[in-house]
Design a protein around this ligand. Structure first.
Ligand SMILES: [Fe+2]
Ligand SMILES: [Fe+2]
Length: 249
């Protein structure tokens, strides 16, 4: 899922985690692009340089500039470029159709307006045997409660939400608003069993959610040994970030 913002950083983490080799050997042959935000897409060269034939599922709401970068171009003003044109299949997802990736795995496109003139986000839903539904998100711009409601109304059929992994776009700026208390309350009503948060969730939200009794999966401190560390990172282990993993099952 997704390919980061900055090519040199993505090259660094892909190498560190062996993703470069997995792409080369086609062990990774598919990428789901959640949305066309810069921090999820502009590092596309790091993926394509190892496997230009990769299949990409992406929202159909792209701009000409996005296609230019995908096909080997650059954004001069942003200093962002891709020297390896995409040669594989681009599957464009719309909000009317749910795409089945494989048994138990689906992509649902939510047609929502998002900041920086981006529109629409692809969400991955996994039906984990004997456990329930797990959402995997890039930013979760549609809102995690909307995602859970969608699962309950469309996928669950007797099962329920089991958990989530990814960005939840809540306290992005690390400040608190009373409406975030309502999100905690809402999440509790779905009784998820595992919440693995990172990216734009906000460390503050994850910290408060854990304190309120939500099952936030604890991360290690491995990210601190990386060559760059987020300036908003806290010492409270509430994020799953670089070097961490989570298992749903
Ligand atoms: Fe993001
Ligand atoms: Fe985003």
């Amino acid at each position: 899922m997704d390919t980061g913002w900055n090519t040199s950083w993505m090259d660094y983490v892909f190498k560190m985690h062996g993703v470069d080799q997995m792409l080369k050997k086609k062990e990774i042959d598919t990428m789901v692009l959640t949305h066309w935000h810069l921090d999820h897409f502009w590092g596309i060269e790091s993926t394509l340089k190892h496997n230009p034939n990769i299949t990409i599922y992406a929202p159909n709401t792209h701009y000409a500039e996005d296609m230019k970068l995908l096909h080997g171009g650059k954004f001069d003003k942003a200093g962002c470029s891709n020297n390896t044109p995409h040669k594989g299949k681009l599957v464009e997802c719309d909000s009317k159709n749910i795409v089945k990736l494989m048994p138990g795995v689906a992509i649902k496109n939510f047609d929502v307006p998002i900041i920086l003139r981006v529109r629409g986000e692809n969400v991955l839903y996994f039906n984990v045997k004997d456990k329930g539904i797990v959402t995997v998100t890039g930013c979760c711009h549609p809102g995690i409660l909307s995602l859970y409601s969608f699962a309950r109304n469309n996928f669950a059929k007797g099962e329920d939400v089991y958990g989530s992994y990814g960005g939840l776009h809540i306290t992005l700026f690390e400040t608190w608003d009373p409406k975030f208390d309502d999100i905690i309350k809402g999440l509790k009503s779905f009784k998820p069993e595992k919440l693995g948060c990172n990216h734009c969730t906000g460390w503050l939200f994850a910290e408060k959610a854990a304190a309120a009794g939500l099952p936030i999966v604890k991360g290690t401190d491995r990210f601190r040994s990386y060559k760059k560390v987020s300036s908003v990172a806290k010492n409270n282990h509430v994020f799953l970030t670089n070097g961490d993993s989570v298992v749903f099952g």
